[in-house]
Design a protein around this ligand. Sequence first.
Ligand SMILES: [Zn+2]
Length: 180
Amino acid sequence: MNSGDTTTPAERLRLLHTEYLTPGPARQAERVTKSSEPSTPIRLGVYDHIKATVDELISLAKDNRDGRPAGPRPPRVEDAYRWAVEETAHLDGRRARVRDAVIYRQGLEHAILMGDSKVVRRHACPGCDTWGLIWDRAQETVVCLNRYCADDDGQHRTWTLAEVAEVHILRQARVASRAT
Ligand SMILES: [Zn+2]
């Protein structure tokens, strides 16, 4: 069940860009309900989110080129992922996991922005390893509902998306190393 997020970050970014950002009647026809038509403030939020995502991928690639210049980024936003991975293909071990965790965390952010906050439930809690993670929209944090995971005052343990992503990538790497 520890499958994590099975939709790629690139696919989610493409959806955000085409379905949530681009206005127009052609897009509206594709939507399931009229109520999902994004309002202007939502579009602005999505625009900022996409820009921040691509900016972070550019920084990630450039910071890991070890002094060598990065190649040109392809124009389509979703291709920024393929580009960032190709530009950092020499990374291995911990540095590769840091890169993969950034990309994975972005995928979780895309999902939550599109209303799919259930995506956090597909991860076991990094602390207690049980199923009970939920997304707290108000606090913008991941909460573990397992009361045995709570602190001495009964406060539920919380995690950032970055922490959930790092642990997921680490667990994946462990599974992969056992399989070889
Ligand atoms: Zn927990």
